[in-house]
Design a protein around this ligand. Sequence first.
Ligand code: FAD
Length: 305
Amino acid sequence: MKVLLVAEYREKELLESTYELATFADKLGAEKVWFAAGYNDNLPKVAGKLYLADANKYGEYNPDVHKNLILQVVEKENPDYVVFVHSSYGWDLAPRVAASLKIGQVSEIVDVVDGTFVVPACNAKLRRFVKPATGKGVLTIQAGAFQPAEPNGEPEVEELTLDTADSALGFVGYEEAEAKSVDLTKAEIIVSAGRGVGKPDNIPVIEELAKALGGELGASRPVVDAGWVDHSRQVGTTGQTVAPKLYVACGISGAIQHLAGMKKSEFVLAINTDKDAPIGEVADVLVVADVMQFVPALTEKIKSM
Ligand code: FAD
């Protein structure tokens, strides 16, 4: 089996997520071929063939042009799968490539089991096991789902050119997201509320513990989606990636998208009624208790010290 892995650049920097593609391919047991619309002086440090389109000429992003470049590589290499990271680049370009090749697409893969792709369903409560019915396919992998491989190879580069790089579409520029009202990445202590907190009225109880510890309030995505806590406090793949000295997870199950945002914490204390909750796998201490009983008692204790 052969996969074509699509590297990604942002303002001349190679994105770290590119190396997650390599881990994915290894898990699939596939031969790797690379495509990058990138820069000769900043290539992915990967072994194997790399088809390089000069980003100075073809841009870091242009959907038409990059699609045509990738189709050129597909014709040469005939890969079983073309694989992107599920980023704004990947989720725009992958369907264009799939439609041109008339093959199926599987999006947001979080795991591979016996050559079958695992994708979340129902807000990641369920997992679906899927394979493109077309045999060959275009895939996107969820950022953070696969550990980045060590950048330790030297690619064998082949430069790509297009006869015409004309496109009705033009790249305008990158626009920074609105400044986050809270920068959790700098917090040394974070106390996060999950769905297990039960209702919005209980959020101040979690906030109180954060305050008593001199830390910041964080939250899992369902809590943010429900409007209980502002999005600027969300931890995870679609929130902030944090690395505090202490992370307290209150009523958080430990879904992969949440873990991706907090697994670099130095010490993790989790409070959960379920002793088998996946958060237990990354927690240094798992307290099996009702969060609304344990947290107020802990806050009182800290305040009295
Ligand atoms: P649940 O999974 O519902 O877990 C609640 C936990 O609370 C359970 O373990 C339960 O045992 C426990 N509990 C229940 N009652 C109590 C109680 N009284 N006391 C103590 N414990 C109790 N999620 C994120 O967090 N961040 C992200 O950035 C993120 N991005 C995502 C991106 C995508 C593309 C997708 C598909 C999903 C994303 N998710 C993200 C969602 C993620 O998959 C999970 O659904 C989410 O993390 C679950 O949040 P939770 O742990 O708060 O809720």
